[in-house]
Structure formats: C-alpha cells, structure tokens
Design a protein around this ligand. Structure first.
Ligand code: NAD
Length: 498
C-alpha cells in the first residue's frame, strides 16, 4: 500500500493533487495518499482518497445522468460522442503518455504504441460495434396457425462500477468504458491506487469531448475498507466490471452477492506457451521474449510457463536467456529502453520472493534472478532483472502461482499429448501460445487449450471484436465486440401476436 502523502519530503515545489471527479467537478477526498514514481521512488502526486460519502455522491451523480439527456440519446448520437472522445484522446496524446509513464515508469514508446493508441482505438471500435449491432428477432409460427414476432431490445444495465488494475491502466479502463458508454450506461470508475493519473485526465477529456457531466465519475482509493469496497457494496450500482487479481474478484463476488448484481471478471493467469521442435525457432524465441518480458511481465496475458519439445530445449533456453540479457532497463524517455521497473516496492518484494522460492525449489537461473545495478539515480526505484528459470516442473509453486513479473520457467516435454496436459494443468485459464510450423497441429493444439485466448505463432495480436476473457480462476464472462454489449445491456424481449 502506498505511503501517506504527508510522510514524504517534496522538493519545495507544489505537489500535484489528483482529485476525484464527480458530476463533472474535481472533488476532495477524506485524506490523501502518495503516488510514487516506480523508476526512482519520487513523489508523483498526492491522491485524494474517496470515502463513503464521495462514493455515494458519484453513484448518485451517475444515476442522475441516466435520467438526463444522456439517457435519451440515440445509439447514433452516442457513437458520435465515442468517436469525438477518440479524437480528443489523440489531441491530448502526449499528456496521456506523460500521465501513464509517470505512474508506471514504462518506456515512453510502449505507452505511445500500446496504451494510449489502444485507448483511442477502443472508443472507435465500440462506436462501430454498437452502430452495426442488430437485434435478436424471431418470426414464431404455431401449429394452430397463429404467428408472432419476437424481438429483443437492448437497454443499458444502468450504473456500472468499473474497477481496474495498474498494469495497462488507460488501455484496460477504456476497454470497459467504451462499451459501457456505447451501451448507454453511466459509470463510476475506481482506478488502481498505483495509477490514478491517466483516469483523472481522461475524465476531463471526456467532458471536453461532449460527454454530459456525471456520465463518468472517478473515485480514487484502495480496495478493502476504501473506495473499492464502498463502491461494490453500494446499493445503487447495477453491475461490476472488474479486471485484477483472482482473489479480489472473489471478494467482489461476495460484495455483490446480497443484491445479485452481474459481474464481468478479467482476472489473473499463469499462461503457458508450447514450442514444438518444428517451430521457426528464431520467431518463437523472439515471440517468447515479447510474451514473457513485455511491460516487465506485467500483462495478464504474459507467458510464465514455457513447455519446449526436448529436441530443441537447449536451443530455446540459450536463445531466450540471451534475449533476456539483452533487454535494456532504463529511463522511459530513452528510446533504447525496452523495459521499465515493477509498479511498486511491494510488488517488487512479491516478485523477488518468487525468485527466492524458485531457488529453494531447486531452479537453475539461466538469466537475471535479482535486482539490477543501474546507477543514474535509478537504484531507489522498483527494478528487477528479466529472469529465466529451468529445473522445475508443474509440482512447484513457482510454476503454479501467478508471479506477474519478468520471469518464466522452461520445462521440457516429449509428446503433443504431454504438452497439452502440462499446459492445461492449472486452475487459471486465460491465454496460451503454440509455436509450430505444422498449422494442422497448431489448430488442433490451440483448440484444446483450456483458456479464453489461444494464439498460434504470435501473441497479443488482438481484434477488438473477438471474445476476450478467461476460464477457471482467470475470470467470468467475455468482453469484446458483441460480447461486451451482452454484458453492458439488459435485453427486453417483446412478443407481438400478428
Ligand atoms: P488487484 O486485484 O489488486 O486490484 C485491482 C483493482 O481492484 C484496484 O483498483 C484495486 O484498488 C481494486 N480492489 C482491490 N481490492 C478490492 C476490493 N476488496 N473491493 C473492490 N475493489 C478492490 O489487481 P492489481 O494488482 O491491480 O493487478 C494485477 C492483477 O490483475 C494480476 O492478477 C493480473 O493477472 C490481473 N489482470 C488481469 C487482466 C485480464 O484481462 N484478465 C488484465 C490485467 C490484469
């Protein structure tokens, strides 16, 4: 948990204040907490934590917005606003990149190419989806000659709580916000306490783009006994869409259970890759380096288990260890930087504890395994080395538990059946990758992965219309394209006798 803001020394300059955003206005919290920059541990901002009263105001403001002009807009009018929001994100592109980089320490190029670019794309994609979506309709014929027309109209769910994590803050927020707004809902957003900046800025951008005040409200704070819990237990919300840890998902399920509210959950993973001996090994090694180390391993889809056919095990291990060693840790604005720090001191302690556990479990460390020595004022930041392990199997905790850092374990296999069984031997089920030149086998294996997203010879290549989500501990439901409309709307079926 971040330190209280008062405990930190600042350089005499006024510290940036990040307030809640309720009914179109910045609103003070009950107290403030410090947001630190992960690259060097310096203070980024003081964040105003919302109490019960502020959360209540945010929910009321969202409810009131539903009763106002927003609730009467046509689908076409909403789609126009979504496209304007995408344009406004592009106008404020550099500000959003700066917000995202300041909170996460990720390389600027990554924030540009992935996070902020996808934020604009999310709004355009859901403007298109909602504009093109048809309705379910059936012409019903009975044996006695009567006929009826059934059609289902979509209505917004109502006031939706949107709770998001810190790893891709703006990307994941807009992935939920865009379809929620496309469907006509009003929203209360609770960004992660680790990444409050881009959500606060986006709230202003939304109003600039013409979204009526109160349609999107932002409350800052933590989970238990803070804004997250106050929001999920609030009687005025009609559903929760959440991305984060599986254990938080189960706490949220308990919170909404008394009122039986719908949930959409995108949760943790322990994702597998399978490399067959016939794969294009150069492409596979480059792909594995990306799927293991992108965003310092802090992407829910990142690979943490790599099963390699025995004949090519040593080649893949050597190639990937070399790629890990070549990654450049450094300042976000340096174009040569490939890899940023972890999000927080606390998260680094967790990742380092798994490096230690791996050693205790008998792992061989092929790359990394500790804290780098960076100099340049960065050694007060939350850095770890890109790490590669071998010598473990599926019985070890290192191979079973989500670490969420720049680390994977390589494990050999002998047959296709064995590889499939090993990859599916997990309570999680988010994503998988299969590397092979035999596309018949690629389809066969990909389909047998017990996951929501199964890639062949690539990773994290996305079509925003396709279903996204996980099975088991990795989530409930799918978002993406029409799947998102399925969650963010309630259908009412109308039956007319003809
Ligand atoms: P987290 O669960 O700790 O926090 C996520 C959000 O939930 C934060 O805003 C937090 O304040 C809030 N929260 C925490 N406890 C709460 C409670 N009791 N009630 C209401 N809100 C609460 O997750 P994190 O550490 O921010 O993110 C990392 C996790 O997210 C990893 O497990 C990762 O796999 C997962 N993730 C999943 C996906 C996906 O699409 N499946 C995408 C990104 C991240």
């Amino acid at each position: 948990m971040p330190e209280p803001a008062e405990a930190l020394q600042t350089s005499g300059q006024a510290t940036r204040q990040l307030r809640n955003f309720i009914g179109g206005e910045p609103v003070d919290g009950v107290r403030t907490f410090a947001k630190l920059n992960p690259i060097d541990g310096t203070l980024v901002a003081e964040v105003h934590e919302a109490g019960r009263h502020e959360v209540d105001r945010a929910v009321s403001s969202a409810r009131a917005a539903l009763e106002g002009p927003w609730g009467r807009m046509t689908v076409g009018e909403r789609a126009t606003i979504l496209r304007r929001i995408a344009d406004a994100i592009e106008r404020r592109f550099d500000d959003l990149v700066a917000a995202e980089v300041g909170d996460t320490g990720k390389p600027e190029a990554l924030a540009r190419d992935l996070d902020v670019a996808r934020a604009a794309a999310n709004f355009r994609a859901f403007a298109d989806v909602v504009s093109a979506a048809g309705l379910d309709s059936y012409l019903t014929e009975f044996p006695d000659g009567r006929r009826a027309l059934n059609y289902a109209v979509r209505k917004p769910l109502g006031v939706v709580a949107v709770i998001v994590p810190w790893n891709l803050p703006l990307l994941l927020l807009t992935w939920k916000l865009a379809p929620a707004l496309a469907s006509g809902n009003a929203v209360v957003v609770k960004p992660s306490e680790e990444t409050p900046s881009s959500a606060t800025l986006l709230a202003e951008i939304l109003v600039e783009a013409g979204l009526p005040a109160g349609v999107v409200n932002v409350v800052h704070g933590f989970g238990a006994d803070s804004a997250g819990e106050f929001l999920t237990t609030h009687p005025g919300i009609d559903g929760v869409t959440f991305t984060g840890e599986s254990s938080t998902g189960s706490a949220i399920m308990r919170a909404v259970a008394p009122r039986v509210r719908p949930v959409s959950f995108e949760l943790g993973g322990k994702n597998a890759a399978i490399v067959f001996a016939d794969a294009d090994l150069d492409a596979a090694i480059a792909g594995l380096a990306r799927s293991t180390y992108l965003n310092t391993g802090q992407v829910c889809l990142c690979t943490e288990r790599i099963y390699v056919e025995r004949a090519v095990f040593d080649d893949v291990a050597a190639g990937l260890a070399e790629q890990a060693a070549r990654l450049r840790l450094g300042r976000p604005e340096n174009p040569a930087t490939t890899t940023g720090p972890l999000i927080s001191r606390q998260h680094r302690e967790k990742v380092l504890s798994y490096f230690e556990l791996a050693r205790q479990e008998g792992a061989t460390v092929l790359a990394g395994g500790g804290i780098p020595n960076l100099g340049d004022g960065l050694d007060t930041g939350f850095w770890v080395e890109p790490t590669l392990l071998t010598g473990l199997d599926n019985s070890h905790r290192t191979v079973r538990e989500e670490i969420f850092g720049p680390v994977a374990t390589l494990i050999p296999f002998d047959t296709e059946e064995q590889a499939i069984a090993l990859a599916n031997d997990t309570e999680y089920g988010l994503a998988a990758v299969t590397w092979t030149r035999d596309l018949t086998r690629g389809h066969r294996v990909a389909q047998r992965m017990r996951v929501g997203m199964s890639w062949v010879n690539t990773w994290y290549l996305r079509d925003l219309r396709s279903p996204f989500g996980g099975v088991g501990l990795s989530g409930i439901g799918r978002e993406g394209g029409l799947h998102s409309l399925g969650f963010y709307t309630e259908p009412t079926n109308v039956c007319v006798q003809l």
